[in-house]
Design a protein around this ligand. Structure first.
Ligand code: HEC
Length: 118
């Protein structure tokens, strides 16, 4: 009896976890693919811009990271990763809404935080 109940609970829990993680991702990788981000970024390597894992490490615990990086996606700019990029700027993306940029930033910050390799 107990076993059976815990199995049912287990299934319900699995469903819940699936639903929550699904909602958090919210199609961010597809959004970023469509917006051309992946031409300059990857999760764990430098392309033109920093790897998303390095961005996650840098802004870990920074409560203003979401609005700050959302603005950076829309407005573009250089200066935060000069040692890595030699001062190449990120281009502005005025066509991306605050809502979409926020989804992207939350996904980026949810990547495994890794310091930039020396
Ligand atoms: C043409 C290449 C290019 C494209 C396209 C691009 N980026 Fe970037 N990105 C960069 C560079 C270069 C930097 C480093 C800027 C700096 O030094 O402040 C950067 C930095 C970032 C940062 C960290 C900003 C900071 O101040 O620490 C985030 C977050 C980011 N990009 C997200 C995105 C997203 C999301 C997209 C797609 C909408 C995107 N990028 C498209 C080149 C690009």
């Amino acid at each position: 009896m107990f076993r059976k109940r815990s199995r049912i609970f287990g299934a319900a829990f699995a469903c819940l976890v699936f639903t929550v993680s699904d909602a958090q991702a919210d199609g961010a990788p597809e959004l970023m693919q469509g917006a051309g981000c992946m031409a300059c970024h990857s999760v764990d390597k430098k392309l033109v811009g920093p790897a998303f894992s390095w961005i996650a490490y840098r802004y870990k615990g920074d409560k203003s990271a979401v609005p700050k990086l959302t603005k950076k996606i829309q407005a573009g700019g250089a200066g935060n990763w000069n040692a890595l990029t030699g001062g190449v700027p990120m281009p502005p993306h005025p066509q991306i809404s605050v809502e979409q940029a926020t989804i992207m930033v939350k996904w980026i910050l949810s990547q495994k935080p890794v310091p930039v390799p020396k």
